[in-house]
Design a protein around this ligand. Structure first.
Ligand code: NAG
Ligand code: NAG
Ligand code: NAG
Ligand code: CU
Length: 297
């Protein structure tokens, strides 16, 4: 197992402009590796994880792009599948987000059959099952990632859905450049919404039967949607972009499971190196985002 050096981590951090990424996911109290953009590309063999390949942390700008489903890099497919009960919680652990990048945080899921390696993510039909916009004081969920939750965002798996295999998609839509661009970025950044997403493999158990109406990516969002061309300075209640959140027909009371941590390398010694490298990478990325915060980007 090769480990990244601190210097190359910093160079990488600067390269990707310090956008947040999902490095860990808790599913029904089991903690799985997400995709660590700084560590995973350097590890041989790749860590065991439930996330799709990833490969970049920058946004997708074109909502008609195939990358809208699960980012630009879909390989390798997840080597692990998270096991979770319908009605239990999923927590996505985001590395440091940017204050300027305000907008909705959403969760989607799409059923699939067969081997995860054979899934065409653009054919999946996702329904939205979680969304956080802003509270009554105008504070966005993306700001709470920074100020209140240490980057964690939690959503509940609908209690009534049909059990089986699902691809789960967590997304942030940053609206800070939706209708205008700050002068500092005028020459190189397109105007419009920015989509940041990662997909994960799940196996959901339960006795539900619901199969909510899903939408493919691209396709779930329309460019005419005023919620995607939203002026953050307007300060009105945000209307939500795209399809509405699915509301389950019933809820379940589940006993929380004991916490389990999945080994990223299947080797206790190598895991210690992995956690250490991850902590260093998170610190380096946080330093980069703090710099971007300081210039309002
Ligand atoms: C999904 O979970 C069910 C129920 O525990 C199990 O029988 C099945 O083998 C699992 N499938 C995968 C691909 O993990
Ligand atoms: C889901 O999260 C809520 C709020 O933290 C908690 O009360 C509940 O026990 C969790 N459910 C499970 C199944 O762990
Ligand atoms: C476990 O990881 C350590 C540290 O990287 C390495 O030296 C050792 O050979 C690994 N053990 C096995 C069985 O692969
Ligand atoms: Cu950005």
């Amino acid at each position: 197992m090769r480990l990244p050096q601190a210097a190359s981590l910093l160079a990488l951090a600067a390269q990707v402009h310090g956008h947040g990424y999902i490095y860990r996911v808790t599913a029904d109290n089991t903690i799985y590796p997400g995709y660590d953009i700084f560590i995973d590309p350097l590890l041989r063999p790749a860590p065991y994880r439930i996330a799709y390949g990833g490969g970049q942390t920058g946004p997708v700008y074109d909502l008609n792009s195939k990358d809208m489903a699960c980012q630009g890099v879909h390989t390798p497919a997840p080597g692990l599948i998270a096991q979770a009960r319908a009605g239990s919680n999923i927590t996505f652990w985001w590395s440091r987000w940017l204050y300027s990048h305000k907008g909705p945080i959403t969760a989607w899921m799409a059923p699939y059959e067969g081997d995860i390696n054979d899934v065409d993510v653009n054919k999946l039909e996702f329904f939205k099952f979680g969304e956080e916009t802003h509270d009554e004081n105008g504070v966005w969920g993306t700001e709470k990632l920074l100020d209140e939750t240490e980057g964690k965002w939690t959503v509940k798996i609908p209690a009534d859905i049909k059990p089986g295999l699902y691809v789960v998609r967590n997304e942030i839509i940053a609206l800070h450049f939706a209708v205008r661009v700050p002068p500092f970025f005028a020459t190189f950044t397109p105007i419009g919404p920015q989509f940041y997403m990662t997909c994960f493999a799940f196996n959901i158990t339960g006795d539900g039967t619901a199969t909510p109406q899903g939408y493919t990516f691209p396709g779930a969002y329309s460019n005419n949607d005023p919620a995607l061309h939203w002026d953050l300075e307007k300060g009105e209640p945000y209307p939500s972009a795209g399809p509405l959140v699915y509301v389950p027909s019933y809820d379940v009371e589940l006993e929380p499971k004991p916490e389990v941590i999945i080994s990223p390398t299947n080797n206790a010694t190598a895991d210690q190196d992995y956690w250490k490298a991850q902590a260093d990478a998170l610190a380096a990325q946080a330093a980069t985002t703090e710099f971007f915060d300081s210039i309002g980007g």
